[in-house]
Design a protein around this ligand. Structure first.
Ligand code: GLN
Length: 483
């Protein structure tokens, strides 16, 4: 059983472990694993970061105060801005190749202020649109448990970096499951907090009313430590919540009430191994004195069309800024301004991104706005009201993260609808701005990880992390690591 993040930090801060040695070990691991897994798209050169680690060790040796994440190697998804000469921020797109951010995102600035060591940027689906990391312009990433399978997405590189020991924690982003689904596929814990609790300042926008930075780490307790540092109010994000990130809460499982929607136990939609993992958590909760009630939730049947209508609409508007003038690559075929726009976008964006821009523009177009975007917004409000009511009776919704364990390359790439259906269980949290977590449940017979999800009411973040931490005392899968 490996140490918790808190124990590791304690060892670094006490001088028992040197940050320099920790970092060397992580870079050795990256050299060994990353060529195959392609979890990192760009790295800070080892020697440069070693200097920082040595300076940190020297401060510790002199007894000077150091930050809460002193020496912790962290990976950051390639859409969360870092101002660094060695790191261009590409969002997995050709269009942004070579683009250097002129500032740090708030989340990154806060990590650095607490002495975390940011190793590099992790690979992702282009502009976070996808569920497999196959749509990155920088090659696909592989699942550390089975190199023939996807690591999930869009934060596939982030999950693989933690699962393969190439980082102790990772920042990802989650618009419709992109932190939780890869966490589920790679056997780590993935936490998407309440919308607005981690600032979106410096996160490249996909669907602004859904986007949320989240944390991936081996356990919920580890996620809490990072969440406390990066979370909390930020005046630079007008949608940021007013309060600081909630401190850790210790939770007693007995008496907690869970709702398990019956649709999540339907074998036509959800793989038997996934249902088995959910049922095992259900049994563990009951053994600890919690209640689990099965209930049919009629609004769940609408969430995929609602999510994709809203996500495409927001994406089509957000991606308008990539015009070849302001950011990244510029192409020009004729001599007009228009040709700069069209050739840059034609050559720079991949197929899925183009599909979404076109569909999103369509659902917002006059004549169709009410029928699609307007209607989706109404249903979203209805779902939010229904969910809020449900949380008067229950503490959490329990269910799967993804309908299947990690799938094989190419299995869904040719069929966009099949790929969209992967998000069946994850988008509810984004549509309702609720916190949600993926925790490693019982693996399949062939050893593939399977995540189990909790969704809670808005701002129940600390209670959710505390509940998951209590649950993880009884579930040991999160200590398993791929060879
Ligand atoms: N798979 C979903 C999508 O493609 C979610 C992606 C995400 O959360 N960034 O929109």
């Amino acid at each position: 059983m490996s140490e918790s993040l808190a124990e590791k930090i304690r060892k670094i801060r006490s001088g028992e472990w040197k940050a320099e040695a920790v970092l060397n070990e992580v870079y050795d691991r990256i050299e060994q694993k990353n060529p195959e897994l392609n979890a990192y798209r760009a790295l800070i050169p080892r020697e440069r970061l070693l200097e920082q680690a040595r300076a940190l060790d020297a401060r510790i040796a002199r007894g000077e105060p150091v930050g809460k994440l002193a020496g912790v190697p962290v990976s950051v998804k390639d859409c969360i801005c870092i101002e660094d000469p060695d790191l261009d921020i590409t969002c997995g797109s050709k269009l942004l190749e070579g683009y250097h951010s002129p500032y740090h995102s708030t989340a990154v600035a806060r990590l650095k202020a607490e002495d975390a060591l940011i190793i590099g940027l992790t690979n992702m689906d282009e502009f976070a649109m996808g569920g497999s990391t196959e749509s990155s312009a920088y090659g696909l990433s592989r699942n550390p448990w089975d190199a023939e399978r996807v690591p999930g997405g869009s934060s596939g590189g982030a999950a693989a970096s933690v699962a393969a020991g190439m980082a102790w924690a990772a920042l990802g982003s989650d618009t419709g499951g992109s932190v939780r689904q890869p966490a589920s596929f790679c056997g780590v814990t993935g936490f998407k907090p309440t919308y607005g609790t981690i600032s979106r300042y410096g996160l490249v926008a996909y669907g602004s009313s859904l986007d949320q930075i989240g944390v991936l780490a081996p356990s919920a307790e580890d996620c809490q430590l990072v969440y406390e540092v990066v979370g909390g109010h930020d005046p630079r994000d007008s949608t940021s919540v007013p309060e600081p990130a909630a401190p850790a809460e210790s939770v007693d499982l007995s008496g907690l009430r869970f709702c398990l929607p019956t649709q999540y136990l339907n074998q036509d939609a959800i793989a038997p191994e996934v249902i088995a993992a959910v049922e095992e958590v259900e049994a563990t909760l009951k053994a600890q004195g919690a209640t689990v009630e099965h209930r049919y939730l009629e609004f769940l049947d609408t969430i995929i069309p609602v999510y994709y209508t809203i996500a495409f609409a927001e994406a089509s508007s957000n991606l308008g800024r990539f015009d070849g003038i302001r950011y990244g690559v510029r192409k020009q075929q004729g001599d007009s301004l228009r040709s700069v726009y069209t050739s840059t976008r034609e050559e720079g964006f991949g197929a899925e991104v183009k599909r979404r821009i076109m569909l999103g523009t369509f659902v917002l177009s006059s004549g169709y706005y009410d029928q699609y975007y307007g209607r989706a917004t109404q249903v979203r409000n209805y779902i939010a009201a229904q969910t809020q009511q449900l949380f008067e009776e229950f503490d959490f919704i329990l269910g799967p993260v993804s309908p299947t364990p990690a799938f094989r390359f190419g299995e869904k790439m040719e069929d966009p609808l099949a790929m969209y259906l992967v998000d069946l269980c994850s988008v509810l949290a984004n549509l309702t701005k609720a916190p949600a977590i993926s925790l490693p449940g019982k693996p399949t017979d062939s050893g593939l990880p399977v995540g189990v999800q909790l969704i809670g009411p808005r701002l129940s973040d600390a209670k959710m992390l505390g509940t998951t931490a209590a649950l993880q005392q009884h579930l040991t899968y999160f200590h398993h690591r791929p060879a």
